[in-house]
Design a binder for this molecule. Structure first.
Ligand SMILES: Nc1ncnc2c1ncn2[C@@H]1O[C@H](COP(=O)(O)OP(=O)(O)OP(=O)(O)O)[C@@H](O)[C@H]1O
Length: 543
């Protein structure tokens, strides 16, 4: 993520350069104006007249520079936000399927909303505000130094004290920001869960429990926010105290110089103006520096959640499936569970073969599919595809060769066409053939805009069976070499299911592995083999 911040550096530098020009010119104009005041007080009208035009020119240039400052500041903010959000999404989709499924995905939602908001305020805008503050502070310091260079010493002391306080106080702040981010994860997960279970909450009268839990979680977050605000207020108050004391010292110094006649009226106002320019950025620095120091921990937390725990280097490129998949002495147990789910599996699945996988509930059918889909790797033995260990085959290549039809259907909020083609280019005849083979033709014909009718909210406006058939058409169209089906016909009526199963089994150029509870007598014979998965108990497995 830091690399993305560095990528946005040119935009930050551009924005700060404009700020530097603006602050510099503004200070010059002020200085000139006050020199002219001294000249006017001495009655040197000719000199005042001679300098008026250049003063006016400088003042006019300040206007477009002000606009440019706002625009470049916004551009920096936009670019850096886009860079880190794109990076985040790319990394999320770089996660292993199994690892992603295992986690509660609300942590990603929480990162994309709460953590990114905190990062934007504390880091992205923090860097820019601190940069601008330093520039404005330097401009004020320069103004002071034009009257008396010793004033620079005061400025250096103020900055050093400010930085020290920020560093010291950033530790408890960091901890509290991290804790609040964890609370936000739990909160987002809870909201997601409760909203998904809306009908259960209503049906079983769980309002009171939900309200109580919600109150408790919100209360924890509010309390943490309160602790953070209290810490920040404490930091700001101590910094203000030190700064006000220092400025008071400077004012005493100026007063003394004015009384003893060491500075002119213009000089006096220059110093006041300089202090004025230094005050506001110092307050901003005081507010932003401690927050800036907390951003590292948040970035580390986000980066950690994006890392794959299981990483094995995939070196084999596989552009086609030509011969067979072999399971050799394959055994498997889930990493957080020692129970042996599958054991000693020896099996050969030939190219274009049709296989039906059956077995008791909990026997390990879905686990076997997870292994074949490369979501997990065997804990014993090996799966070979055309002689290559599947573990070594590049995911992108393998996923390009397989298609999945599952009971859990996901549809995009888009047209039926795009849901079937998944945004890839196909000939119209190919799309229509897939639609017919999936038993979707009648349904599409009845839609107001045919294939271009929009499906809303994961298929809210169509039936469960129609949703399944859209996914079946998607798989048929993808021209995958291997088709994995997991209880794909569960939401279809018998007649329709049998019909589609026959179509799929009639496809010549595809290997089909179908896990199903439902076995039709008249389609059973279309399979090359029926594989029974009975878990790791005896008989272990037979195919
Ligand atoms: N993520 C997991 N972690 C630990 N154990 C798991 C996990 N997923 C499944 N199991 C266990 O593995 C065993 C096999 O489960 P699997 O889902 O593969 O069976 P199945 O044959 O597909 O069952 P069903 O027909 O009921 O869907 C079960 O005992 C299950 O509890």
């Amino acid at each position: 993520m830091l690399k993305k911040l560095i990528k946005a550096l040119p935009y930050l530098l551009l924005a700060l350069t404009i700020s530097l020009l603006l602050a510099g010119l503004d200070a010059l104009v002020t200085r000139k104006m006050l020199s002219m005041l001294d000249l006017a007080l001495k009655g040197n009208v000719a000199a005042v007249k001679a300098q008026t035009l250049s003063l006016l020119g400088g003042a006019i240039i300040l206007v477009p520079l002000g606009v440019a400052e706002a625009m470049t500041g916004n551009l920096y903010r936009k670019k850096v936000n886009l860079y880190i959000k794109n990076y985040y999404v790319e990394k999320v989709f770089g996660k292993n399927i199994r690892e992603f499924q295992k986690e509660n995905n609300s942590r990603y939602l929480s990162s994309m909303t709460n953590d990114f908001n905190t990062l934007e305020t504390n880091l992205i805008m923090g860097i820019y505000t601190v940069g601008k503050g330093v520039i404005s502070f330097l401009a004020g310091m320069w103004l002071l130094s034009t009257v008396d260079y010793r004033m620079i010493l005061f400025a250096v002391i103020i900055i050093a004290v400010n930085l020290l306080i920020s560093i010291v106080t950033s530790k408890p702040l960091k901890r509290n920001y991290k804790e609040r981010s964890d609370l936000f994860d739990g909160y987002t997960s809870y909201i997601k869960e409760v909203l998904s279970a809306f009908h259960i909450v209503k049906n079983y009268n769980l309002h009171e429990k939900v309200t109580e839990d919600y109150y408790q979680k919100s209360d924890e977050i509010q309390n943490k926010g309160f602790v953070i605000d209290r810490l920040i207020s404490f930091v700001n108050a101590s910094q203000n105290f030190i700064m006000n004391g220092s400025f008071y010292g400077i004012l005493c110094g100026i007063g003394y110089m004015a009384v003893t006649g060491r500075i002119t009226a213009g000089g006096l106002i220059v110093i006041m103006e300089g202090i004025n320019r230094m005050t506001f950025p110092i307050f901003e620095l005081a507010e932003n520096l401690p927050k800036l120091f907390t951003a590292g921990d948040l970035i580390n937390k986000i980066e950690d959640s994006l890392k794959n725990k299981v990483t094995c280097e995939e070196t084999v490129e596989l552009k086609d499936f030509t011969e067979k998949i072999q399971l050799k002495e394959v055994g498997f147990h889930y990493e957080e569970d020692d129970r042996q789910i599958l054991k000693d599996i020896n099996l050969t699945l030939k190219k274009n073969g049709k296989y039906l996988v059956v077995g008791p509930s909990g026997g390990g059918k879905s686990t076997l599919l997870r292994l074949l889909r490369k979501y997990v790797n065997p804990t014993e033995g090996a799966i070979l595809i055309d002689g290559h260990n599947l573990m070594d085959v590049k995911k992108e290549d393998y996923f390009g060769l397989i298609a999945n039809i599952e009971q859990q259907v996901f549809l995009f909020e888009d047209t039926v066409r795009n849901n079937i083609t998944l945004y890839k280019e196909y000939k119209e005849e190919e799309i229509q053939k897939a639609v017919k083979d999936a038993g979707l033709w009648e349904f599409v014909r009845g839609l107001p805009k045919g294939l271009d009718t929009v499906i809303y909210d994961n298929g809210r406006n169509i039936s469960g069976g129609e949703r399944s058939r859209v996914v079946i058409a998607r798989a048929l169209l993808s021209k995958a070499r291997i088709l994995f089906m997991d209880e794909a016909f569960a939401s279809l009526d018998m007649e329709r299911a049998r019909e589609i199963e026959k179509t799929i089994l009639g496809l010549e150029d595809i290997t089909v592995i179908n896990v199903s509870h439902v076995i039709f007598k008249d389609t059973k014979d279309f399979y090359d083999k029926v594989i029974t998965v009975k878990g790791s108990t005896s008989p272990l497995f037979n195919g």
